[in-house]
Design a protein around this ligand. Structure first.
Ligand code: SF4
Ligand code: SF4
Length: 96
């Protein structure tokens, strides 16, 4: 049986040399689910904005105005941190 290679022996697949370059790419197409925002239920506590790892919660004048679907990866964190008594966000499956 042949021995598997360790990670140090593998050729690099891709290298990101500059931090913060995600803004140049539409990374949202990795998503399998998307958050839906219900503005009428939102109390603008901004928890979703604070916790979103992709800075994809759009805020204007201290209020959530929507979601940047070009960069949202559909992790669902915003939905988890939105207080249940507000439930202003919901995850749905992406349509293919
Ligand atoms: S699903 Fe994840 S990436 Fe998308 S807006 Fe919510 S927290 Fe951000
Ligand atoms: S966490 Fe929920 S209630 Fe708070 S700003 Fe985001 S969507 Fe609105």
């Amino acid at each position: 049986m042949s021995k598997l290679k360790g990670w140090k022996e593998l050729a690099p697949g891709a290298i990101i040399e500059e931090a913060g370059n995600a803004v140049e790419f539409k990374t949202g197409d990795w998503r399998t689910q998307r958050p839906i925002f219900y503005p009428d239920k939102c109390k603008h506590c901004l928890f979703c904005w604070l916790y979103c790892p992709d800075s994809s919660i759009l805020v204007e004048d201290g209020k959530v105005i929507g979601i940047d679907y070009d960069h949202c990866k559909g992790c669902g964190i915003c939905v988890k941190v939105c207080p249940p008594k507000f439930s202003a966000l919901e995850m749905v499956m992406e349509e293919i």
